[in-house]
Write a protein that binds this ligand. Structure first.
Ligand code: ATP
Ligand code: MG
Length: 432
């Protein structure tokens, strides 16, 4: 019988890559923690209707990309294609609004969309996202944008481009939608099929088309920025002023839209030129009417999501994977020596040393080679002789200094050993 492989659009994240993931997650937790965002974890599957209402049936995500199935009780269930709907559901279901003020929440985890797999586009992919719920002002938009750029900068990604736009409020957009529909109707036969279908349901999304011919037509389409009312214009101006005050560069892209009625005002995207055609690392915006749409009282909110796979493609271009190396490598041979090795490994681990125990049972030569390759600072050696005398050999792998001591002396020496290793790390970290 053959082996079984992963499904298309899914992949294993192997140990050689995991350092990037842990690094990204740790950096996010740190930067968002500094701004008093709390992590929230919601279920990976939810009622299908949550996404139909929370993302919108006219979107590609809901109409073509969801993993929807019936469970054994005939409930219609969907693997979450994005994070916001579930977070808003959790916010309403758990009365988080009763805490008053704004809620600052972030999340990270797998999302599922049935898309054509390609570089930077998978069927199971990961997002890190945040939502700032309860603030209407432009400061909220700019805080979340600034945090996205902080995370990307902290990770060392510099050449990214921030695009912003305003899609106004519902009233502005109604007028715009009419103008846009009229414009596209005169080009109806030249639009690609997808765009023709969007014409009646979701004409703003046509502006987002990747079809070359449609892109040409888009160039002369009416511009949303000419349709902003006074309040919307003021909000957008203030967002721009605050970004400038924070020294955050931006470009205005009037084709950057979100098609649905509960999106309002600011939409933004952070892009990289080093990602081929899947160039957007982070997308977000304001959604002042979503919470009502999901049954809550009218509450403004703004948020974004970063695609972690795309982020890691970029990180790999600029740095190597953070290494996970042991402090101590234990080499042992013979039954008694091997059980002493395991015992000492556990004792050192509880003293917070990172300890790798060679379990191969192979000859000393091979074990020593692996010790060297492990990049540990110290190698502990226990052979039959040492097992019999209750001693061990301690070898500093960088200086080749070697000493012998009794196992009971060693147990008292662990704290001192830890200090010495930390000292050594301090000295050597300046060199790399
Ligand atoms: P795209 O235009 O690339 O399809 P989107 O508008 O569908 O993006 P959002 O729903 O705004 O994307 O999700 C935010 C981010 O999540 C995207 O900018 C991207 O980095 C990432 N992302 C979205 N879909 C996928 C996918 N199928 N595989 C990998 N990453 C994805
Ligand atoms: Mg998409």
């Amino acid at each position: 019988m053959g082996t079984i492989s992963t499904l298309p659009g899914t992949r294993d994240i192997l140990p050689e890559e995991i350092g990037y993931w842990q690094y990204v997650e740790a950096a996010t937790a740190k930067i968002l923690g500094r701004a008093m965002y709390y992590e929230i974890r919601s279920p990976i599957f939810e009622n299908t209707s949550l996404f139909e209402r929370g993302i919108g049936e006219a979107t590609d995500v809901v109409s073509k990309e969801m993993y929807t199935f019936s469970d054994r009780s005939d409930r219609s269930i969907t693997l979450r294609p994005e994070g916001t709907a579930g977070i808003v559901r959790a916010y309403l279901q758990n009365n988080l609004y009763a805490l008053g003020g704004v809620q600052r929440l972030w999340y990270s985890g797998p999302m599922f969309r049935y898309e054509r797999p390609q570089a930077g586009r998978q069927r199971q992919f990961h997002q890190i996202g945040l939502e700032l719920i309860g603030s209407r002002g432009p400061r909220a938009d700019v805080e979340v944008i600034a945090l996205a750029t902080d995370i990307l900068k902290f990770l060392g990604l510099k050449k990214l481009k921030l695009n912003i736009n305003s899609i106004g409020d519902q009233y502005d957009r109604k007028l715009y939608r009419e103008a846009l529909t009229n414009y596209f109707l005169s080009y109806k036969d030249e639009l690609d099929i997808d765009s023709q279908n969007r014409l009646s349901k979701n004409p703003l999304r046509i502006l987002d088309s990747k079809n070359e011919k449609t892109k040409e037509i888009n160039k002369n389409a009416p511009n949303i920025l000419n349709f902003l009312g006074k309040e919307s214009q003021k909000h957008f101006d203030e967002v721009q002023q605050l970004l400038t005050d924070l020294d955050i560069d931006y470009h205005i892209n009037p084709c950057l839209v979100r098609g649905l009625d509960y999106y309002t005002h600011t939409a933004f995207e952070i892009q990289s030129d080093n990602l081929g055609s899947q160039s957007t690392v982070c997308g977000g915006g304001r959604y002042d009417h979503l919470i009502e749409e999901l049954g809550g009282t009218s509450t403004p909110a703004v948020g974004w999501a970063i695609g972690v796979e795309r982020l890691i493609i970029l990180l790999k271009q600029i740095r190597c994977s953070p290494e996970h190396t042991p402090d101590i490598y234990i080499v042992s041979k013979g039954q008694k020596a091997e059980s002493i090795g395991l015992y000492l490994a556990q004792r050192m681990r509880s003293a917070e040393l990172v300890v790798e125990l060679d379990m191969s049972g192979s000859n000393f030569g091979k074990q020593f080679k692996r010790a060297d390759r492990s990049k540990a600072y110290v190698c502990i050696v226990i052979g039959e002789e040492e097992a019999k005398n209750s001693t061990l050999q301690l070898k500093w792998l960088y200086t080749k200094e070697q000493s012998s001591m009794t196992q009971s002396d060693f147990l008292h020496y662990i704290e001192e050993l830890k200090k010495q290793i930390n000292q050594y790390k301090k000295v050597t970290s300046g060199l790399t």
